[in-house]
Design a protein around this ligand. Structure first.
Ligand code: ADP
Length: 262
């Protein structure tokens, strides 16, 4: 039954994906068609001055359509996870330079490490991708500058805290990225994880960032949560399951739920 559920969720995601792609692709095709029509009209009228402009527009739309299908292919081919014991703070420290260069000089970036943060069980490459995506989103939400805070903390979630976060009770490390940017209105927050949902201009946003972060978190046995207030900013928190292998010493039983593994 679980496998069926997983399969149907997968099909749903594929449906959303192809639906979103078809929509964006259609828009681009409409642009190309419109440009070609204008080229035809202007050519017949002998008004060649504008023809070049429409040619460039058609070429640009075709280029974007090609990029879109490339991204779809990359998305469907995305790597399988290779989870292992991972030190989140070390991973963040290793990326700090890259992240600072990515956000640029107009944005302050602060890293706040929690005390004695547990090792987590995730694919470190995918976690790097996820963090980069979150930081890019934070940057994009602050065109006039601001502050990004990357924070780690140990989280022991009891039944209630876990239910609130739609996750199994147990031990997690949270990795959150907070910005002082535009924030998301509720209708954007509700769709933010949908594949191909984007409010950014075509060619800038792919709408795949958060959907990949979500897929990574869920497949890792974790979760991702958004807290956002329009005009104030956004926090996106990843919950990553604690590594409970031999090397870290004894395992800690999940809180309140002996049956559910972390
Ligand atoms: P993309 O960044 O390509 O648009 P994402 O899936 O990463 O795709 O994000 C989807 C949408 O969610 C964005 O277009 C934006 O509207 C919103 N969003 C994501 N992160 C933030 C953020 N930190 N602040 C405000 N809005 C955000």
């Amino acid at each position: 039954l679980e496998e069926q559920l997983r399969q149907s969720q997968k099909m749903e995601a594929v449906g959303q994906l192809t639906g979103g792609l078809a929509h964006d692709f259609n828009n681009l095709l409409a642009g190309i068609q419109g440009s070609l029509e204008m080229i035809g009209t202007r050519t017949r009228q002998g008004r060649m001055a504008d023809v070049d402009r429409y040619l460039v527009a058609a070429q640009e739309a075709a280029r974007r359509a090609a990029a879109l299908t490339h991204r779809l292919l990359a998305f469907s081919r995305r790597q399988t996870l290779a989870p292992r014991a991972t030190d989140v703070d070390a991973l963040v420290a290793g990326m700090e330079e890259l992240l600072r260069r990515t956000v640029g000089p107009g944005i302050e970036m602060e890293v706040a490490r929690g005390p004695d943060v547990w090792a987590v069980e995730v694919d470190p490459n995918q976690l790097e991708n996820a963090l980069l995506n979150l930081v890019i989103n934070a940057r994009d939400a602050m065109p006039d500058g601001g502050r990004i805070t990357i924070e780690t903390a140990n989280r022991a979630l009891d039944k209630r805290a876990a239910r609130e976060r739609d996750i199994a009770p147990g031990h997690y490390v949270s990795l959150s990225v907070t910005d002082t940017g535009t924030g998301m209105p509720p209708e954007v927050a509700a769709r933010a994880f949908d594949p191909f949902f984007t409010t950014k201009p075509l060619g800038v946003g792919t709408g795949l960032g958060l959907s990949m972060v979500y897929g990574f978190a869920r497949q890792s046995g974790g979760q991702v949560r958004i807290h956002s207030a329009v005009g104030q900013g956004t926090t996106v928190s990843l919950y990553l399951p604690r590594h409970t292998g031999g090397a870290e010493g004894h395992e800690v039983a999940p809180l309140d739920a002996p049956g559910e593994a972390v």
